[in-house]
Design a protein around this ligand. Sequence first.
Ligand SMILES: [Cu+2]
Length: 439
Amino acid sequence: MRVNSNTKARTRAAAGLTVAALAAGATAGAGPATAQPKAAPAAAAADCSAAYRIEQKLSSGTTWRMCWRYDGKAGLVLEKISYQPKGEPKPIRVLNSARLGQIHVPYDDGNIEYDDLTGFDFAQGLMNLAPGECPGGTIKTVKVPDSWNEDPNVKGLCTTTRSRGHAYRMQGDTANKVFQAQGKDLLVYTVNQVGWYEYMTEWRFQDDGAITMNVGATGSLSWDDYDAGDGRGWPIGKGASAKSTSHSHNAFWRLDFALDGSTKNRVEQYDSTVSAPTRGQRAPTTKTTRTKVTKELAGDSKNYRWWRMVSATGKNKDGHARSYEIVPGPTTKYPGRSYTKRDLYVTQYNKCELFASHNPGNCGPGAGKSVDKWVNGQALTHPVVWMNIGFHHIARDEDQQPMPVHWQGFSIAPRDVTAMNPLTPAELGWQNGHWQPRR
Ligand SMILES: [Cu+2]
């Protein structure tokens, strides 16, 4: 079994042989968290015990609350995520569950591809974090289910805060002062080793309500994947004697929304068309259309296209339905597998459908093992979002040693969750809508 989580002798192939020993669908356990002295408000008290609770009030007044657990294949799972900006009387639920859905790594020479979460022990590879890599934060102890190590407890979950620069700045014509705020984020992350790679799974909860999820790959280029022998790959080291085989990292996230506490969310797609000016028009025109997505969707990112998840029940103080917009990050879509061919999938919730490929559970006769197969025309009464963000990694000399982190991911951003900017200073609170200047 795994002798030393830091050894580089363990190859992906070797790790794969032992995966059958892992129990499927194991749920989390955890040792006591280091310190969680904050008293939780009544609204969140019942969600999970203190050891599994993450609650952070950021200095700008926004509070994020969630529960965490550790899954035997998916690794970190965040649940019951809610957002409460200042001025909101109670937490606003955003997600039931947020987690990775797969990391698929095919090599360009066609010799090998990895399903890191389901087949190559991503979750087992949870790494201990040194205090210095969770600056200003708390490192929680995670009990890895069915651990191969004598001690299943890993100091592996960091929660901390970080500044992100300007949240806004404004100095109007009549303003005799500058309104500015520095944005603050709650960060939640783990590091999981898979073969030669170490993946950082980072969740960023911003004080303006946005959530950004990223996977960062670092560690080392795979020692076992050099010299593709077919002219592909990039020379690494002196001359051209060793070529690192190029490959892709196709990361999937699975988001189970529960806006305002209800899973009956509605999905909308927006597309805009820009037309050249017709006679009599001074400038080009842009027309935006909304398409209601009522059945399961396999969608593609496109210029001028975006999606949002709309709350079935919740409205902001302006009477607008609360929603979260899906903001895809840069991606290189991998057309080599049926499940990597589309950027976004929206499936009707099924508790068995947990991984975008190589799904361990049997979800019924003919259900298939990957997310593309689950898009089969079902009505969306409880939509689950699967985002696919790919990165084609052509190694470079700078990738050694260690390999600098390369990031991939996306965001979800609030749209009409609050009636105004959740960070609006009190003095500007009256400037909502088509306001009249007060002189
Ligand atoms: Cu890579």
